[in-house]
Design a protein around this ligand. Structure first.
Ligand code: HEC
Length: 103
């Protein structure tokens, strides 16, 4: 696992992902929905998919101009529009990292 990622952080991030706005756009468990890509496919639009890149994308968001797949109508606000602090964002990123492994 990447430095900073533990099974406990993955589990915390899983709960937070589905409890926060992430689910609204990315679907339950990140499996994809109309407004945002699947996060389980192992294909990455915004970064290499490395853990630290996932933290960066979630923290900074994706502006409308940066969207890669034009079927997505809205950008993603920084922190997915939440007010989650860095440790919670790191756990959510750990979860996102974990669900895309082995693809
Ligand atoms: C308003 C809808 C919306 C919300 C809410 C949202 N996202 Fe996103 N997300 C997007 C869009 C749109 C993209 C960029 C897709 C593209 O480039 O076509 C994106 C990209 C991403 C990426 C990069 C995926 C890649 O392929 O590189 C990650 C990781 C991500 N979001 C995680 C999250 C997390 C975690 C949350 C909750 C904290 C969240 N998102 C909330 C719409 C959303």
């Amino acid at each position: 696992m990447p430095a900073g990622v533990t099974q406990a952080s993955i589990d915390e991030g899983h709960t937070a992902f589905n409890g926060a706005s992430c689910k609204r756009c990315h679907g339950l468990d990140g499996t994809g929905a109309a407004n945002a890509p699947s996060l389980v496919s192992g294909k990455w639009l915004q970064s290499s998919g490395e853990y630290r890149d996932i933290v960066r994308v979630i923290t900074n968001g994706v502006s409308k101009a940066e969207i890669k797949d034009p079927s997505h109508p809205f950008g993603m606000r920084p922190r997915g529009g939440t007010d989650l602090a860095d440790p919670a964002i790191a756990s959510i990123a750990a979860y996102v990292w974990s669900i895309s492994r082995g693809k």
